[in-house]
Design a protein around this ligand. Structure first.
Ligand code: SF4
Length: 308
């Protein structure tokens, strides 16, 4: 089953939510004040080379605030733009299962009851932070709400992974997907296009690999160079080629053509705060990127999964 619309030739998350929950669904990003083992010294102190000071969670609530206040602040801020809808609360910054189960329980059990219209919970984490007791708790949580675990894969190529200092291997990722799916938990995988040294073919290999997994969704990002990251330091010292908007659009369309149409597309661009972004500047115009993707798909008379 696909979730295409008259405008989008791929399975959009908005359409999926509309059909599943009967209304528009908004994500509210909260901050649970987690750290990351790839930044606190358990694996490394340096983290993934593109990771920002906020732990790649630049649009979350303020970690000093209670969950209630974070939720209310974001909801009120957005209310003018929003029509009626339901909510998914999202924990994005750092590694959101990197804590004892007692902390996870007090945080996530509360998060899903912050508002009667919260219908789901999304948790971003690392595949190496899903121990047995955490998985058991997530299974319990999955029986109470629409739970999604987001895992960062970024690329299947180990040389790239070493370069970006991801700190875990493909086997660990595969095991995490298997354990989550054994518990019937939804899995969304993040990949990044434009990592240094990667060709279009390498990015397409990562995409083909996604089809072999029992996953429910994908987030496709472009590589961002943000201030105060190791990547920024490397780029400023020795600039490497970055994807142009045209090249990114071409790659994304090829990826969509390869992806099974049952895999929901949660993102086709990324979000970096304007003041933190060094490159690519074209990524700030997200709507233009999305429109260019739609345009190219129409021109090619293409759609998600046409090549599967
Ligand atoms: S796993 Fe996430 S939070 Fe941790 S260093 Fe990498 S990008 Fe940053």
């Amino acid at each position: 089953m696909n979730y295409f619309t008259s405008e989008k030739r791929y399975s959009t998350v908005n359409e999926f939510y509309r059909q599943t929950f009967g209304s528009k669904v908004y994500k509210i990003t909260l901050n649970g004040d987690f750290t990351c083992p790839n930044r606190d010294g358990k694996i490394s102190y340096s983290g993934c080379i593109y990771c920002s000071e906020s732990g790649s969670g630049d649009f979350a609530g303020k970690k000093e605030d209670t969950l209630e206040n974070q939720f209310q602040a974001i909801k009120s801020m957005m209310e003018n733009k929003w029509q009626e809808g339901k909510f998914i609360v999202y924990f994005q910054a750092n590694t959101n299962t990197y804590a004892p189960v007692v902390k996870l329980r007090s945080l996530f059990d509360k998060a899903i009851t912050l508002h009667p219209d919260i219908i789901g919970l999304s948790i971003a984490t690392r595949p190496d932070c899903l121990e047995e007791d955490v998985l058991d708790y997530l299974e319990e949580l999955n029986s109470k709400t629409y739970l999604t675990i987001e895992l960062g894969l970024q690329s299947i190529h180990e040389e790239t992974m070493d370069f970006i200092n991801r700190g875990h291997d493909l086997k660990t990722f595969e095991m995490a997907v298997k354990e989550l799916r054994n518990r019937n938990i939804n899995v969304v995988v993040h990949i990044i296009n434009g990592l240094p040294g990667e060709t279009k073919e390498m990015m397409l290999q990562t995409t083909r690999y996604l089809n072999t997994l029992p996953i429910q969704g994908v987030k496709i990002h472009m590589l961002f160079i943000q201030r105060n990251t190791q990547l920024a330091y490397l780029y400023q010292k020795n600039p490497f080629p970055l994807l142009s908007r045209e090249a990114y659009v071409d790659i994304v369309v090829s990826q969509l053509e390869l992806l099974n149409d049952s895999i929901i597309i949660h993102r086709l661009t990324g979000d970096a705060p304007r003041e933190e972004l060094i490159e690519p500047k074209w990524s700030l115009k997200k709507l233009v990127v999305a429109n260019e993707i739609d345009k190219l798909m129409r021109q090619k008379n293409s759609f998600q999964g046409i090549l599967t």
